[in-house]
Write a protein that binds this ligand. Structure first.
Ligand SMILES: [Zn+2]
Length: 453
């Protein structure tokens, strides 16, 4: 890195990681964070942190009348789907798939993928997302598309996990499909080029698509690549009820049990959705140390069902929140998912105390970091310096005494003013710092102007 390696960020309040055994101790008054080379080195009272010898000559970022909160972590997304927002909404899944997804996605080239990524990730940054996991299946038997997506993330300054898909179902467009040797070779080449084990700005993780998108051998190959690379692997499981029926029919077992019967390491698995996991599957997730990417907004939008999040959290399963694609939600805000997760669980159990704001805040920040196995999601020494500033003068946060509750339940996206990723400003005063929104808008307009519902 060139330039000043130290950054000092100050704000009037902060939500920091709670001390062990002190669940209510996470909201602080005036707070400073010192970051060195993108990693948090100190957190504390502004005078104390400024007196740290390492803060001499630091670049200073001051957030008066604002609170700093950890950058949010979007554990599941498909960036190109932002281009399909509004096209095919309110249709049955198979009709949406054929009229929107399968119609438009195969025609997209690498430049279009960059446009989609700038659009999806740019909008996410403005909503306070500092890490996005892009579950990426439009690979066209190569890495050109994934590379264009990663390069777009780098341009914007957002942290990315590229979950490279392993897909071999021959009912899908050819652009999605690969042979097992192709998928393995392409994954390894992408990881060699981009895996960043220093600053973690780009992580490459394998993602066998699902039981319907990947054969058992393909799932095994993806999990094998994860084992070899020492990273987790992602798979859509039990999103819709028919997928349970299909799994029982094809494999004689429910989805998680069918996957568990393969020679794969469940402790490194990130299941996506899991709306229809039964008690036995939820117990197995906990027992094997598997994780879940939970997408309540998408599950509601598509009418998929309700994952028993309360039970999973009680069992100690690591859960992170995801927005899913821009055409199945249709929002890209993890703060919004925190609220949605809480409300959906409360109504599902007809119990207003089913889950609380603090738990949902953690699911969108620190436990999502644990799910992706990255040092992110906490304002604490040793973690990457990913911060979001929210405007305490915004009425959606008044009165400010119960800040964490208000961030989850009442925060307006209008209140998000500034975003820092790895110690670098990427949103300042509600504007992207590195790419003009006008450029993104022009590219999206040109690409989609003749797309119709
Ligand atoms: Zn998905």
């Amino acid at each position: 890195m060139t330039g000043a390696p130290a950054v000092l960020v100050t704000a009037d309040r902060a939500i920091v990681a709670p001390a062990p055994g002190d669940p209510c101790g996470s909201v602080r008054g005036p707070t400073a964070v010192l970051a060195i080379d993108g990693a948090i080195a100190a957190v504390g009272d502004p005078d104390d942190v400024a007196a740290d010898p390492r803060a001499v000559g630091a670049h200073r970022i001051a957030w008066p009348h604002r609170a700093m909160v950890p950058g949010t972590v979007n554990a599941h997304n498909h960036s190109f789907q932002s281009l399909l927002r509004g096209i095919g909404d309110d249709l049955p899944f198979l009709e949406w798939r054929d009229r929107a997804l399968y119609r438009y996605s195969p025609r997209l080239g690498a430049g279009d993928m960059a446009t989609a990524a700038l659009f999806a990730f740019g909008e996410m940054l403005l909503h306070g997302v500092t890490t996005v996991c892009d579950f990426y299946y439009l690979n066209r038997q190569g890495n050109e598309h994934a590379s264009a997506t990663i390069d777009a993330a780098r341009r914007l300054g957002i942290r990315i996990v590229l979950a490279r898909c392993f897909y071999d179902w021959d009912g899908a467009p050819e652009a999605y499909r690969e042979t097992i040797p192709e998928a393995v070779a392409n994954f390894e080449a992408l990881a060699r080029r981009y895996q960043d084990r220093d600053r973690f700005l780009t992580a490459i993780q394998p993602a066998p698509h699902s039981q319907h998108g990947a054969s058992p051998a393909m799932i095994e190959a993806g999990a094998g690549c994860a084992r070899d690379a020492g990273v987790p692997w992602h798979i859509h499981l039990a999103e819709e009820h028919y997928q349970v029926e299909q799994s029982l029919e094809r494999f004689g077992a429910r989805p998680l049990h069918a996957v568990a019967a393969l020679p794969v390491d469940l402790s490194q698995m990130i299941a996506v959705h899991g709306c229809w996991f039964d008690a036995g599957e939820r117990a197995l997730l906990a027992e094997r140390g598997a994780a879940l990417a939970y997408c309540p907004g998408s599950n509601m939008f598509l009418g998929d069902g309700v994952t028993d999040l309360v039970d999973l959290v009680a069992r100690g399963v690591r859960v992170g929140l995801g927005t899913d694609g821009g055409c199945s939600n249709n929002r890209v805000s993890v703060f919004d998912e925190m609220r949605t997760a809480a409300l959906l669980q409360k109504v599902h159990r007809t119990d207003g105390q089913a889950i609380d704001a603090e738990t949902c805040f953690a699911l969108g920040t620190r436990t999502a970091g644990e799910v992706l196995q990255l040092p992110i999601g906490r304002i604490a020494p040793g973690y990457r310096c990913d911060l979001v500033a929210i405007d305490l003068d915004d009425p959606s946060l008044w009165p400010v005494q119960a800040l964490e509750k208000n961030v989850v339940y009442s925060l307006s996206p209008r209140a998000i003013t500034d975003v820092v990723v790895d110690g670098q400003e990427v949103v300042a005063q509600r504007r992207l710092c590195n790419v003009a929104l006008d450029e993104i808008q022009a590219r999206v307009r040109e690409l989609t102007c003749d797309w119709h519902d």
